[in-house]
Ligand binder design. Structure first.
Ligand SMILES: [Zn+2]
Ligand SMILES: [Zn+2]
Length: 443
């Protein structure tokens, strides 16, 4: 079927078949997050532009090249969120989510927007799952965060996980490192790409992030941040490593790892999966001990991470693929005039409405999925259709004098009639879920 329209460049539709994989992934991730005590915040898809410029950083690629920024009708500058941490910290302060508790655990899941060059596994609208731990500043918090991060990835059976770990220092020691980096790259400016020449003036640490091949020799010989850490930062970093050792989490020190955001302090980390290419970090995060204060809040250390859903799905490969489940029941109208009666019976069989407690109980067991033919097929064509869509049972309207006829499509045999719609519902649900049949259901 042709259309005059297509999804915008760099975006995609998540279609039936794939959307079930997303739901499964989200459900599993939410379960893991809740086991670690995280609660979800849903922030708007757009925020004041300043929120991102001041947190992500004016001289970052994200802010300089990748924001979707627009003016609303009153001339306010708004930006589609390119990441989840700044909106979440904004909400944390706006609603006093800390409530004086020294530790707050918050999570988010949803689409982010960046104007990037579309390529394999990269989209301009992409989904992220993230978690933020606000309050504690000592190494065990970093370790728990990385533990959660690894748990979420292991939860989908991702193997070959390596945590890349680095420290970026803090306001005490980073300025000196920044100066050493600037001097190093200034002495090799001729080797740098155009963007990196610009970064040399605005944000020399960002050069370490550059993926342009000609910049790699200068990056490889750059001084390590770990030689510039002040004593408290060095102790913190050693504390994180000791805690990860105790937890049995495998990591590698990666002194060139800087991540693409300016707000990080001390610990930063990424996780690569063996099944993906070198450039495909499944996700990463870091500590941001100054951000809450920069937004006008009290001094609040914090650490967080995000995981790209698209890349995580790719990393999970086909292990999560699977056809959608067929319906449990097709209600077959034996006469052309019986379609509305079929709709009525289908409504009862789904168990929604009516008795609220019954409906909730059905939902917990997985309520019956019931379809009625709306294409005007004959009775025999409806049977073929029920078989084609994978229905487990067919039931027929109008009912006989002694109740509803039922056919087990899987076994290919007729079942005993059920006297009422309610007893039919209970019987079908038990059979569809392979539970013991309800008492007295079979006449
Ligand atoms: Zn470069
Ligand atoms: Zn330091």
């Amino acid at each position: 079927m042709g259309s005059k329209f297509q999804a915008p460049r760099g975006t995609r539709d998540i279609l039936p078949g794939e959307s079930e994989r997303w739901e499964g992934l989200e459900a599993r991730t939410r379960d893991i997050l809740s086991r670690y005590g995280y609660r979800e915040v849903r922030t708007p898809l757009f925020e004041a532009t300043d929120l991102f410029v001041r947190s992500v950083g004016e001289a970052t690629d994200i802010v300089q090249k990748e924001l979707y920024t627009f003016e609303d009708r009153k001339g306010r500058s708004l930006t589609l969120r390119p990441e989840g941490t700044a909106p979440l910290v904004r909400a944390y302060l706006e609603h006093s989510l800390g409530h004086g508790d020294p530790v707050t655990r918050l999570s988010y899941i949803g689409p982010m927007f960046r104007y990037e060059r579309p390529q394999a596994g990269r989209f301009r609208q992409f989904w992220q799952i993230g978690a933020e731990l606000l309050g504690p500043g000592a190494p065990p918090a970093d370790a728990e965060m990385i533990d959660l991060f690894v748990s979420i990835l292991e939860g989908i059976g991702l193997s070959g996980i390596t945590v890349l770990l680095n420290s970026l220092g803090d306001a005490t020691c980073r300025p000196a490192y920044r100066e050493r980096i600037r001097e190093h790259f200034a002495s090799r400016e001729g080797e740098l790409c155009g963007d990196c020449k610009e970064r040399l003036r605005t944000n020399p640490l960002r050069i370490l992030d550059c993926k342009v091949p000609s910049c790699q020799p200068a990056i490889a010989s750059a001084p390590s941040v770990l030689d510039s850490l002040c004593d408290p930062c060095r102790e913190h970093f050693q504390g994180v490593q000791a805690a990860l050792d105790a937890l049995g989490i495998r990591y590698e020190i990666a002194p060139r790892l800087v991540r693409g955001l300016d707000y990080y302090t001390r610990t930063v980390f990424e996780v690569h999966a063996a099944s993906l290419g070198a450039q495909n970090a499944v996700g990463g995060g870091g500590r941001y001990d100054q951000l809450v204060q920069e937004f006008g809040g009290p001094a609040t250390p914090a650490i967080g991470f995000s995981i790209g859903m698209e890349r995580r799905l790719r990393a999970a490969g086909d292990s999560e693929a699977g056809p959608g489940r067929g319906p449990d029941v097709c209600v077959v109208a034996l006469l052309p005039g019986a379609v509305v009666e079929a709709l009525t019976l289908a409504r009862t069989l789904r168990g929604i409405g009516g008795d609220a407690a019954q409906s909730a109980a059905d939902t917990a067991r997985g309520g019956l999925r019931v379809l009625v033919d709306l294409a005007g097929r004959s009775a025999s064509a409806q049977m073929k259709w029920a078989s084609k869509v994978g229905a487990r049972f067919a039931v027929f309207v109008p009912a006989e004098a002694d109740g509803y006829s039922v056919r087990d499509m899987e076994a290919g045999k007729d079942e005993p009639r059920q006297r009422t719609a309610e007893s039919l519902r209970a019987w079908l649900l038990a059979r569809a879920r392979r539970e013991p049949l309800p008492q007295g259901a079979v006449p």
